[in-house]
Design a protein around this ligand. Structure first.
Ligand SMILES: [Zn+2]
Length: 359
């Protein structure tokens, strides 16, 4: 993850914190100093924020570890100033699994709320102390307890793709087609997102960011779900390109540049002894040219560990693999025989054609 600090890992799940987080802490310290708060009290508000984010981290682990139970791995968890994000390698398609994975996060905050409430009760703290805005070592537990309750409630708002929206989508998918369920949940999510932005403009700027984040997130997920639904029932073999441009691994980069300018292709197969050993993209060519000039051997700038997929793989799986590996191209094999090239452009065209037919 770019621009992030690696914090450590648990059960194979890496945790990162985004650099913008330091701005949040700095902002709190400056805001406190300007309001004339003593440094001692300022430290308590920083401890408070860090504790909340620790709870957010536990919330994300709630999602990630529940997903792990269903065999879905999580690439990483990243902490952003507006919240946490567990990047699951894929989303559970079974509505029941999606329901449990979505609920697990807010449930963690509910459990923390109850545990801290016991501490508050045993400590003899009175709830009305929350009225006092003073945050110190005697009230921090009380503040944390209420923050966790707030986190659970906020996340359970049916604003897809937030947790509550995922719960809604899962419940709808039990009764209807997943694409339709996603569209409905997405529309409700976007409506709520617009509400957040308006409300945020008057009361809280962070809500504006969260609103925009939800609006775009809903749009992206609806279009992703609709697109992948067109891929169902098809295989890599249905779209693989058997006509593809090749370049020799030991040829100079200038050869690839000639071919790039001569045709429409943006991806080349790199061959060595009649075997496909890598891929060379337009980006690779441009970067290689800038760094080494046009006489460098193609081998030096090519991607020598391209994604390899089987010809009989369902197209949907191939699409997901390419997205999760963040690559636009894959080499296709059938029992170690090289069969051709698959790129995202191919799949997009396939989706456009299917979309046109169904309309
Ligand atoms: Zn969550």
């Amino acid at each position: 993850m770019k621009f992030s600090l690696y914090l450590g890992k648990y059960k194979g799940i890496k945790v990162f914190i985004h650099w913008t987080f330091s701005i949040l802490l700095l902002w709190i310290i400056i805001a406190n100093a300007r309001s004339g708060l003593a440094l001692d009290d300022s430290i308590w508000s920083v401890i408070f924020i860090l504790s909340i984010f620790f709870c957010v981290l536990l919330h994300e682990f709630g999602h990630a570890l529940t997903a792990q139970k269903y065999g879905i791995q999580t690439k990483d968890i990243i902490l952003l100033p507006i919240g946490g994000l567990a990047r699951l390698e894929k989303l559970p398609e079974d509505p029941r699994q999606e329901l449990y994975v979505a609920l697990a996060g807010p449930m963690v905050n509910i459990v923390i709320f109850f545990l801290l409430s016991i501490v508050v009760y045993l400590g003899g703290l009175e709830i009305d102390r929350l009225e006092e805005t003073h945050l110190d070592k005697s009230t921090i537990v009380l503040y944390l307890a209420s923050a966790n309750l707030l986190l659970a409630v906020f996340n359970m708002l049916p604003a897809f793709p937030m947790d509550g929206g995922r719960v809604l989508r899962a419940l709808l998918s039990i009764r209807m087609d997943r694409v339709r369920a996603t569209q409905i949940a997405g529309s409700i999510g976007q409506l709520l997102a617009i509400g957040f932005v308006f409300f945020g403009l008057f009361y809280n700027p962070i809500l504006v960011f969260i609103g925009i984040f939800i609006f775009l997130g809903a749009q992206a997920e609806v279009s992703h779900t609709t697109q992948t639904s067109f891929l169902k029932g098809f295989y890599v073999a249905d779209v693989v390109m058997s006509n593809f441009p090749i370049v020799a691994f030991d040829a100079p980069l200038s050869k690839a540049i000639e071919k790039l300018l001569d045709g429409q292709s943006t991806h080349f197969v790199v061959v060595k002894d009649d075997m496909a050993v890598g891929t060379l993209s337009r980006d690779d060519i441009i970067k290689g040219l800038q760094a080494h000039g046009d006489q460098v051997a193609i081998e030096a700038v090519a991607n020598k560990t391209p994604l390899r997929l089987e010809l009989h793989l369902p197209l949907e799986e191939a699409f997901k693999k390419m997205a999760s590996e963040n690559t636009k191209v894959a080499l296709i094999f059938e029992q170690n025989h090289f069969m051709g090239l698959l790129d995202q452009e191919n799949i997009s065209e396939f989706i456009m054609v299917k979309n046109a037919i169904t309309k």
